[in-house]
Design a protein around this ligand. Structure first.
Ligand code: IPE
Ligand code: IPE
Ligand code: MG
Length: 263
């Protein structure tokens, strides 16, 4: 049963032609194309990242209004550290500004912030602002916003393997009792549902080391739109398409009889 507090969201979704009962719980986005957006305008890549940050604000707001419970944004990968120093510095400065500047808005909209990734690798000042925002928003229940920062799926799985191995070595865990749930719970996303939908902007057909474990049954949506041009309207189009998909999870489709023949 839906609580009264969900009524405005339900109405908004119905107005948009979306089925409130078939919305993805967790949406993840690979925000790609900032550099190409800037290049097309003969601008410095940093300008693309600045415009991209504006898109982040709008998309966070849109997802909250659409009643998405978990939004994960891939903002900086473990591989992105290998970019030119000046670009990394500019990205970190933008990130810090976002973490400080959005604190109040996150409070108003009941958004809880989490960081997925190697938070210890972030510059001290950025890490401190991240920790402050995480602590201040801890009690918020409207939507969880995961920022994947210094995130890499292989690193995530490797650190999980180390923690599990230590537990086995200490005698706290029997290797025979390791299940896929054990692995899931040791990832940065431990305790959260897997993404139902992964959106990648800028037309690249790859995961780039993003949520490779969690993506097992995610629906993928790739758009040619560059991240700075991505919008609430396009998100709604993608959600409409998502609702038409038949998510079988390896089983037979609902419209097929038990012996496998179409009905
Ligand atoms: C995404 O845009 C932002 C980050 C990866 C930090 P890019 O900077 O990768 O933009 P393109 O792919 O070069 O256009
Ligand atoms: C993926 O984009 C990482 C983020 C969006 C943070 P990249 O631009 O780093 O990925 P590749 O290099 O095109 O695979
Ligand atoms: Mg890119």
């Amino acid at each position: 049963m839906k609580s009264d507090s969900n009524a405005p969201v339900t109405q908004e979704l119905e107005k948009l032609g979306l089925n409130p009962d078939a919305m993805p719980v967790h949406v993840a986005m690979i925000m790609d194309g900032n550099g190409r957006w800037a290049k097309k305008r003969v601008m410095n890549r940093t300008k693309g990242h600045e415009k991209g940050t504006e898109t982040v604000r709008q998309i966070v707001k849109a997802c909250r209004e659409l009643g998405i419970s978990y939004l994960t944004l891939y903002a900086f990968s473990t591989e992105n550290w290998a970019r030119p120093k000046a670009e990394v510095k500019a990205l970190m400065a933008l990130l810090k500004r976002f973490l400080v500047g959005e604190r109040e808005e996150m409070g108003k909209n009941a958004i809880r912030l989490n960081i997925l990734g190697q938070i210890e690798r972030l510059p001290d000042d950025v890490r401190q602002e991240a920790v402050t925002t995480i602590n201040q928003t801890r009690g918020n229940r409207g939507m969880t916003l995961n920022l994947a920062l210094s995130y890499g799926s292989r690193e995530e799985i490797t650190q999980a393997a180390k923690v599990i191995a230590r537990k086995v070595k200490a005698g706290a865990l029997d290797p025979e009792n390791i299940t896929d749930e054990t692995i899931s719970s040791h990832l940065y996303t431990g305790g959260m549902p897997d993404p139902d939908l992964i959106i990648r902007t800028s037309g690249e057909f790859r995961l780039s080391n993003f949520m490779m474990w969690q993506a097992a049954y995610a629906e993928l949506a790739i758009t040619d739109t560059l991240w700075p041009d991505f919008s609430r309207d396009e998100l709604i189009t993608i959600l409409t398409d998502f609702q038409k998909r038949d998510r079988r999870f390896g089983k037979v489709t609902c419209s097929t009889s038990n012996d496998g023949s179409p009905q």
